[in-house]
Design a protein around this ligand. Structure first.
Ligand code: SF4
Length: 442
């Protein structure tokens, strides 16, 4: 009887791409992959260290698996497993905990899947995580997350990712291009480039600290790959998003006009305390350059509220900075202390209530910005990639500049690209449209 394995992934696109690659390894070993809600012989949980209450979430997911099959073998991998291996191993029902280097060799650590009395830990010092493993995930058959880079050499004072994922290192350009072709041969229309600090692409490509290629060279090379209709840059540090890259994207047929750029704070004092590698002025330059070359571009912004020492003035400076900036939406993160980070022992902790109030204000601003951006696109002609899920009788899709549209469910539209004219924003905040032209790419 083929053994069954199920996966649960927390966190970022990078985690999803790695789960997908690890799952392919199980299939090659003769396992059947089943949904996490189904009975399986083994459950693998790919953890995240950034998720709020990561520990509570993890315990709930383990309980969920045990409820379906109390005999099943449970393994924990990912960033939280690298940071807190013993803590996860002590959770009732956990049999195996693997760190950043071991996770890709997980099938080497399992034998007859009989449960262990206590979680077995195979974890390394993060310094040993200096090699690169490529991966990609095919989401809902319409877009793929392609990992191009891992780890980070930056030292932002609130962040645990370098502790969980190690130094900055990149896939070889030839391997990225091979993966991209492989994905497009599967009929996937959109590739999302993912990593930890993808703007640092090229570093450690051949296991050393040198930059063999730049991010711009990666973008230029991917732009030449046949059969890829859309390339989307997931998130990129402002100081690593060069004007040349912005200009190249503005003239590219495959790279879409959508940028997600972490800001974190609009106050230069707070940016310095965060040890970010830019000040607000550079951020304004990037946004202006994007909007000059691509007025219809969508710009998403990460921002943290409640960082230690953030006064009401600092917060209002951030609020007005964002309010005045021509951006399209915000991802708002409420600061929470992370062990072993410099910020966790900084003075001036902001009361939780104040953090929540500030977070609420910025989420309100994000809704206003997204509405204004969508309104600015009404009447324009765009291309929509339709997704594969029937959501209560409707099909959703995204334009190249990340406007979310909806239409009555039609299975023939799945994974097709259509030229449309955006007509109105409906009561759910999504955009309606008229079809202009049948599928550009069947
Ligand atoms: S750039 Fe900063 S916030 Fe981003 S992963 Fe690196 S250390 Fe963390």
């Amino acid at each position: 009887m083929k053994k069954k394995v199920a996966f649960y992934t927390l966190g970022c696109k990078l985690n999803f791409s790695e789960t997908s690659t690890i799952a392919r390894g199980f299939t090659e070993e003769g396992f059947d992959r089943v949904d996490f809600s189904e009975k399986a012989d083994m459950y693998v949980i790919n953890t995240c260290s950034v998720t709020e209450n990561a520990d509570k979430r993890f315990k709930t997911i383990v309980k969920q698996a045990q409820k379906v099959n109390p005999e099943a073998f449970v393994a924990a991998i990912g960033c939280y497993a690298q940071l807190k291996p013993e803590e996860l191993a002590a959770v009732d029902g956990v049999d195996l905990v693997l760190g950043a280097t071991e996770k890709f060799k997980i099938t080497d650590y399992i034998n007859d899947l009989s449960k262990n009395d206590f979680g077995e830990v195979h974890s390394c010092e993060i310094e040993d995580a200096d090699f690169y493993v490529g991966s990609y995930a095919i989401g809902d058959r319409t877009r793929a997350f392609l990992k191009v880079q891992d780890g980070c050499d930056y030292k932002c004072t609130y962040c645990t990712i370098p502790l969980a994922r190690g130094i900055s290192r990149s896939d070889t350009l030839s391997n990225v291009l091979k993966n991209a072709s492989e994905i497009s041969e599967k009929g996937i229309k959109e590739i999302v480039l993912t990593g930890v600090n993808i703007g640092d692409y090229g570093k450690g490509e051949f296991g050393n600290k040198k930059h063999e290629h730049t991010f711009l060279e990666l973008v230029q090379a991917l732009d030449q790959v046949e059969g890829i209709h859309r390339l989307r840059i997931s998130s990129i540090e402002p100081n690593l998003l060069k004007n040349e890259t912005i200009d190249f994207v503005s003239n590219s047929d495959s790279f879409v006009p959508h940028f997600h750029i972490p800001l974190q704070s609009g106050s230069d004092d707070i940016l310095k305390k965060m040890r970010r590698r830019y000040l607000s002025g550079l951020y304004v330059d990037r946004v202006e350059r994007i909007k000059e070359t691509m007025p219809h571009a969508c710009i998403g912004v990460d921002v943290i509220v409640g960082f230690p020492g953030e006064t009401e003035e600092d917060f209002l400076e951030t609020y007005h900075f964002l309010n005045d900036l021509d951006i399209s939406y915000l991802h708002v993160f409420t600061y929470s202390e992370r062990e072993n980070t410099p910020a966790a022992i900084m003075e001036g902790a902001v009361p939780k209530k104040v953090r929540q109030k500030r977070s609420k204000m910025l989420r309100g601003l994000s809704a206003k910005k997204r509405r204004a951006f969508y309104e600015s696109q009404i009447g324009t002609k765009r291309t929509v990639l339709f997704e594969g899920e029937n959501k209560e009788g409707y099909i959703h899709g995204f334009t190249e500049n990340y406007v979310k549209v909806m239409a009555p469910w039609n299975p023939e539209l799945v994974n097709t690209l259509h030229e449309v004219e955006l007509t109105e924003i409906d009561e759910s905040g999504l955009v309606r449209f008229n079809f202009i032209r049948e599928a550009l790419f069947a």
